[in-house]
Design a protein around this ligand. Sequence first.
Ligand code: PAF
Length: 326
Amino acid sequence: MTFAYRGLASASLLLAMGLPALAQTDVKIGYALAPDSHYGVAAARFEEVVTAETGDDFAFKHFPSSGLGGEREVIEGLQLGTIEATIVSSGTLANFVPDTGVFDIPFLFRDLDHARAVLDGQIGQDILAKFDDVGMHALAWGEQGFRHITNNRNAIETPADVEGLKLRTMENPVHLAAFNAMGAAPTPMAWPEVISSLQQGVIDGQENPLSVIVSVKLDEVQKYLTLSGHVYSPAVLLVSGPFWAGLDDDQKAVFEKAAAEAVAAMRDYVDNVETTGVETLRERGMEVNALSPEQKAAFQSSIASAYEGYYQTYGKDLVDSIVNFE
Ligand code: PAF
């Protein structure tokens, strides 16, 4: 008997007996972006699959657009068991599972296929398993795409163009080291503060993938977009440790299946915006430039000192095995 059928059958039986139906389990799912973003699309698919398989056992409540706070606060809510699920970037993840930081190293992945193969392979899955030690369960890697720089000061073609640029970064030490080495003036900041800080001129720019730049309409507050693709931006679908511990094995299997479909939907969204996003942003008035391979190599050289730190933290063997992964 499927969960859906079982749920309906037991609910009808209870009603026929004049008893109240069994309580549903709430699944509060928080994420930083709008319902029509790659996170929103994935969260909707997640709910759809769980509901199709379990009937009305779980009641999803969505909190898009940072409705439950910044990503760090939401992750802490998962650990406490006050929030059941989230889709988050790797922004603050390394504060909880330090090994995740290896995927934040700039110029690590050649393209989306390379990144997806590493995350879905042994290296990525071993790191996902570490979330169980810190009060969460990681269901699957999703993604945002490759991050690009937007700003209001000038077009960026060489590392000299980012000199002193007040650039918002995620609260992520790996990114911070790279932008410091590049000569920018990076300001780590939680996402909910970013738009107002750009509007008020507290910062000149920020960096995010096309999925975010398009869905948040950053063109309304930013003039220049440089397709720097300096770093891949993973995302992860997490559930709370206490919530996961309360599920039986069949329910766990359903959530795992739903997560796989959710991240597939997220990757489809990213594939689409990677092909259409630049045109959309040009139409909306942004000045867009792409870095040539030589220009990109100059940015890569400019962060050589940061790479020394990455090798020390994560081990050169691990970094090289990711770079050379076929
Ligand atoms: O820049 C960030 O903090 C993240 O990429 C965002 C926009 C919150 C999505 O997770």
